[in-house]
Design a protein around this ligand. Structure first.
Ligand code: CP
Ligand code: NVA
Length: 307
């Protein structure tokens, strides 16, 4: 089944094809109003369900609009509204919904739920974020980086702060597409060893260090994320550990002069990033959010074997 579960499941040509398709579709919309359908409607006759076990703004809006603009049918449900919460198994749920719709995007609390759902489904399943990874986000991030800096394979990216789900998908992106990734994170919040081992096995240029200044040195792009993700509960501990990892003007001085600043959003202003950086000349965070829409189209089309 052509699922979109994680970036590491794809070859470089496959991810390059999705990035090209996203860029082409973005270009093609330049003359259209936001809500209008695209000129060709490759998803006509297809129905896609978006299932959320966690809240979402960007992922929900961008998938809904991507599907509408490509001519497909879409509806959104929260996991809590389904029988999942009353004990129906994940596998049975996947088998049932496979009889109604042509594709499911699932934002699952646990990565294992996503995998179980995907292995029982007879339709493509898209990972809309789990506790472990966030691949649809990072495909849009790479698109944003390449719009300004060219091929990621020639870029130096710095990840600052929590080695979380978005960081894990960055590791996989660099492992498949090339480029270098320096991760500045406190010892106890480094990415899970599975991702670091995968990076080593795949000869990815990924390094982890505790110093944020060292990680940012000469970077073309500095990326951070919230100190507390949706699945975290050790709020106070994380705030204490991550305070020295705030992306501010002093830290950005270590990066290349024209470095980009990225954040998947939602941002906690003046925690992981200052207003000055969020709203300053390095920041491309709103282009990054827009690019979710264009990247989702490429992901959906790849699930249906279309371009
Ligand atoms: N970046 C992102 O996935 O945002 P949402 O949680 O709002 O979807
Ligand atoms: N790391 C964040 C990303 C939100 C889009 C979280 O999982 O909450």
């Amino acid at each position: 089944m052509p699922h979109f579960l994680d970036l590491k499941d794809f070859t470089k040509p496959q991810l390059r094809m999705m990035l090209d398709s996203a860029a082409t579709r973005k270009q093609a919309r330049k003359t259209l109003h936001k809500g209008m359908e695209d000129k060709d409607l490759p998803l006509k006759g297809k129905a896609i369900a978006l299932v959320f076990e966690r809240p979402s703004t960007r992922t929900r809006f961008s998938f809904e609009m991507a599907i509408r603009q490509l001519g497909g049918e879409v509806f959104t449900v929260s996991g809590a509204e389904m029988q999942l919460g009353r004990g129906e198994t994940i596998a049975d749920t996947a088998r049932v919904v496979s009889r109604y719709v042509d594709c499911v995007m699932l934002r699952a609390k646990a990565h294992e739920t996503l995998l179980e759902f995907a292995s029982a489904a007879t339709i493509p399943v898209i990972n809309g974020l789990t506790n472990r990874t966030h691949p649809t986000q990072v495909l849009a991030d790479v698109l944003t980086l390449e719009e300004r800096k060219g091929d990621i394979a020639r870029s130096r990216v710095a990840w600052i702060g929590d080695g979380n789900n978005v960081c894990a998908s960055w590791i996989e992106a660099v492992g498949v597409l090339g480029g270098s990734l320096k991760i500045g994170a406190p010892e106890s919040l480094r990415p899970h060893k599975d991702f670091l081992n995968w990076a080593t096995q795949n000869k990815a240029d990924v390094e982890v260090m505790t110093s944020p200044e060292q990680a940012v040195a000469h970077a073309d792009c500095v990326v951070t994320d919230a100190w507390v993700s949706m699945h975290d509960d050790d709020i106070e501990n994380r705030h204490n550990l991550l305070k020295p990892y705030q992306v501010n003007a002093a830290l950005m001085k270590h990066a290349a002069k024209d470095a980009l600043f990225m954040h998947c959003l939602p941002a906690h202003r003046n925690e992981e990033v200052t207003d000055e950086i969020m709203d300053g000349p390095h920041s491309v965070v709103f282009d990054e959010a827009e690019n979710r829409l264009h990247a989702q189209k490429a992901i959906l089309l790849s699930c249906f074997g279309l371009k």
